[in-house]
Design a protein around this ligand. Structure first.
Ligand SMILES: Cc1cc2nc3c(=O)[nH]c(=O)nc-3n(C[C@H](O)[C@H](O)[C@H](O)COP(=O)(O)OP(=O)(O)OC[C@H]3O[C@@H](n4cnc5c(N)ncnc54)[C@H](O)[C@@H]3O)c2cc1C
Ligand code: SF4
Length: 546
């Protein structure tokens, strides 16, 4: 772990006095003028944008991140209250459509410095090597222009920087983690018990929650508010894992700055900067290069809204690829009732997972697979689970007062990328006059079969653990794709280094570049891709314009 501090000092730059944010660093951060032509402007300061910013600032680049949301202060802004945490989510209007329209909001995107990882659960598994070539191996999905081997060193680096805690991981490319596994609570114990009885291997982790002190970040106190923003600073998000180091190395982060359009020169076709709105005022930041990292809905929306005479169908959309192949993971959630008290809220929701069903099994009537993890909803989310059964009034109240007896698992099913699952611009506009995103989503038969299979496995595990009643709801989690990487411009928006095919000084470094999603949670992979893109940019700068 000694090497971590030498390449990313964030955890040591946080205060060591019981407060959670380094206000001096924020106050003294470098400030660029709109007229300064910075080396790179990053749009969005979440998993991908935050990582890229930190790497380039360390390399001496003049970088500024424009972030639509606030610069969170965990002490002042976050509350240990489920309802009070709603302002962490991206709640601006979006139009949803398709046979399986996906509700947008708390479960798929965040806003503010740190991005969606501020209120993500904290699971940080790697993708499997097979994820990078599903078309060749299984005849579905897509092949990536990079391989697992290309990302492996970046996975290991980011796992140290978060840091990740977990048991030795036997699936995919087997590997260990820098921190030992956390002790588990009632929900995790029941998962382990049920899995053991069925001969299913389940493991503790992998979670980006410090197990022991890390720099000035304290140990997890197992209070279970990970999805409400960890007020303790034990759970990783770029706000504490990459932003402090970026500021210390001269990056600027401009919060509450919504980018509405990327400007490209009509003659050269190169990006020249970005239009953004801050405090109700329209401004323009000049930049030598632009990196978009607004996540899977907002990134395609911004590219489409940046149409011009030279790019009439939107930026980087010459081959009608922007917005397509957007994916959500099928995330059915199964709860089981036990006579004994479980009290699933008394631990981080991410505790235990299995990837035994991750790979294609030729004996099964579907391609690809799913993982199963503990989820541990707090009361409002539990009420949604119960109400989705059609239970209301007295019955709902009875289930709610029985909350402490329930255990809950969630699956992540690899739903396949399809061209028709896409973002387009709606007729409706937001408060700034920017057209809102319209997200159309329909599952294919393989997707439906996978979600059914995952549900059966979860119900079996909970029954084997001793549950006398199980109830399941269908839901979706995460977002990836919409500006995918590919071998050429006819099949995607960026190359394997995240550089757009159409505009050579425009990069996309967020979850929208993923061509497939595996059944792993995506944040670690997004950070690894951004860290690799940063290395390629830095190497390119050294060797001159490419
Ligand atoms: C409830 C929940 C639980 C999750 N749990 C997990 C988990 O356990 N493990 C895991 O790996 N993943 C999890 N995820 C998903 C994970 O957080 C995201 O996949 C990841 O953060 C996406 O990274 P990103 O860089 O693409 O986007 P984000 O991290 O979302 O960052 C995008 C940023 O861009 C900003 N932005 C957008 N548009 C603009 C614009 N036009 N101008 C300026 N700024 C803009 C946004 O405000 C946001 O801060 C979870 C997500 C949610 C919501
Ligand atoms: S359970 Fe641990 S990681 Fe989660 S919010 Fe509490 S202290 Fe943070």
């Amino acid at each position: 772990m000694r090497g971590v501090r030498a390449r990313n000092e964030s955890a040591w730059l946080l205060p060591n006095d019981g407060t959670r944010a380094n206000h001096r660093l924020r106050r003294d951060m470098r400030q660029f003028a709109d007229e300064d032509e910075v080396d790179l402007v990053v749009i969005g300061c979440g998993a991908g944008g935050g990582t890229l910013l930190q790497r380039l600032a360390r390399a001496g680049w003049r970088v500024v991140a424009l972030e639509a949301g606030p610069f969170w202060d965990p002490d002042a802004d976050w509350v240990s209250d489920e309802a009070g945490s709603h302002r962490l989510y991206w709640t601006e209007p979006r139009v949803i459509a398709g046979e399986d329209a996906v509700p947008m909001g708390s479960n798929n995107s965040g806003r503010g410095v740190g991005g969606s990882m501020v209120h993500y659960a904290g699971y940080t598994p790697r993708f499997h090597p097979s994820d990078f070539g599903t078309m060749t191996a299984d005849g579905v999905g897509a092949d990536w222009p990079v391989s697992y081997r290309d990302l492996r060193p970046y996975y290991a680096d980011i796992e140290q920087e978060l840091p990740v805690a977990g048991e030795y991981w036997p699936w995919g490319d087997p590997h260990g983690y820098p921190h030992r596994p956390h002790p588990v609570g009632g929900n995790g114990e029941l998962f382990l018990r049920g899995a053991r009885r069925l001969g299913i291997t389940a493991k503790v982790g992998p979670v980006a929650i410090a197990n022991g002190r890390f720099g000035n970040r304290p140990h997890c106190i197992y209070r279970g508010f990970c999805l409400q923003g960890c007020k303790v600073n034990a759970k990783a998000s770029p706000l504490i894992t990459h932003v402090p180091d970026a500021l210390a190395h001269g990056a600027e982060i401009r919060p509450d700055a919504m980018v509405t359009r990327i400007e490209a020169d009509e003659r050269t076709g190169l990006a020249t900067g970005v239009h953004y709105v801050r405090g109700g005022v329209c401004r323009f930041q000049r930049a030598r290069m632009v990196a978009v990292a607004g996540y899977s809905i907002e990134t395609p929306r911004l590219l489409l809204n940046s149409a011009s005479k030279r790019f009439p169908d939107g930026l980087c959309n010459d081959f009608d690829q922007v917005g397509r192949y957007l994916m959500v993971q099928g995330a059915p959630q199964t709860a089981g009732r036990f006579d004994a008290e479980v009290r699933m809220y008394k631990a981080p929701p991410p505790e235990v997972s299995t990837e035994q069903f991750y790979e294609t099994d030729p004996a099964k009537p579907y391609q690809r697979g799913f993982s199963v993890q503990t989820v541990s909803p707090l009361p409002i989310t539990w009420a949604e689970h119960v109400a989705a059964q059609g239970l209301w009034g007295r019955a709902l109240r009875e289930y709610m007062s029985d909350y402490v007896h329930w255990s809950c698992l969630g699956a992540l099913c690899e739903l396949l990328p399809q061209p028709g699952n896409r973002v387009t611009l709606a007729d409706e506009a937001d408060q700034r006059g920017m057209p809102v995103a319209r997200f159309c989503y329909t599952r294919c038969d393989n997707d439906k079969r996978l979600m059914r299979a995952a549900t059966e496995v979860m119900e079996d595990i909970l029954r084997a653990a001793g549950a006398d009643e199980v109830i399941t709801i269908d839901r979706y989690a995460h977002l990836v794709g919409g500006a995918r990487m590919a071998a050429d411009a006819r099949h995607g928006v960026v190359d394997g280094d995240c550089r757009s095919f159409a505009v050579p000084n425009l990069y996309i470094t967020d979850g929208s570049v993923l061509p497939t999603q595996g059944s792993a949670n995506p944040a670690l992979t997004i950070m690894a891709i951004a860290a690799r893109a940063a290395d390629r940019l830095i190497a390119g700068a050294r060797s001159g314009p490419g």
